[in-house]
Design a protein around this ligand. Structure first.
Ligand SMILES: Cc1cc2nc3c(=O)[nH]c(=O)nc-3n(C[C@H](O)[C@H](O)[C@H](O)COP(=O)(O)O)c2cc1C
Length: 190
């Protein structure tokens, strides 16, 4: 069973990265093979709304999204971990999500079925009272296009400095256990 973690933060030592790492360790403890996609390291152009995908079911832009389409097609579960930037997901995460219009087109226009996957969402905000609803509504629009069932959400307001989440061991434990549960619920063969 394969679980892919996707990091929306530009900070590889940041709070989302730490929580993602814990969740993937939890998944690995239940036998999953794991991998991280660092979006900030990749070249992903914005969706051009050219509608090529509505006919072809693929995106004509040749960049690192082609690798992501392939990897996500071959995984059993995903963990998306991102900070909140101005009330929503980061630009890095949103660039990727908009390019999944191609997979939306496959499913809803071309009626090509995908395969079901499970998902875990981890969000971190610096503000004590961040409500996360902007980011959550984007994810709730995105996950169904990829047949991802949102199993669980972990929301952490009030963590700003890179690594501040380490001061809250309960959060690290919670992420570890959520990753473990994700692996266990994704165990059944496709
Ligand atoms: C451009 C930018 C915008 C941000 N906007 C918000 C925001 O709207 N709400 C919030 O709670 N935190 C906001 N933050 C703070 C981050 O969410 C916070 O520092 C978080 O811990 C970063 O996660 P990371 O360490 O995984 O990168 C913003 C940070 C940046 C750099």
């Amino acid at each position: 069973m394969k679980i892919i973690g996707i990091l929306g933060s530009p900070r590889k030592n940041g709070n989302s990265a730490i929580l993602l790492d814990e969740a993937l360790k939890g998944a690995a403890s239940s036998g999953a093979s794991t991998e991280v996609i660092y979006l900030n390291d990749l070249t992903i152009a914005p969706c051009q709304h050219c509608d090529y995908c509505l006919k072809e079911g693929t995106c004509r832009q040749e960049d690192d999204m082609q690798m992501i389409y392939n990897k996500l097609d071959n995984t059993d579960a995903i963990i998306l971990a991102s900070p909140i930037h101005f009330g929503g997901l980061t630009a890095q995460a949103k660039l990727m999500i908009d390019r999944f219009q191609a997979i939306w087109a496959r499913k809803y226009r071309l009626k090509i079925p995908g395969h079901p996957k499970n998902g875990l969402l981890i969000l971190v905000g610096g503000r004590q009272k961040e409500d996360f609803s902007g980011a959550i509504s984007t994810v709730k629009a995105f996950f169904p296009a990829l047949d991802i069932k949102l199993e669980e959400m972990l929301l952490y307001p009030g963590f700003d400095e890179a690594g501040a989440i380490r001061n809250k061991p309960e959060a690290l434990r919670e992420a570890f256990l959520a990753g473990k549960r994700l692996a266990e619920t994704s165990e059944q063969p496709r």
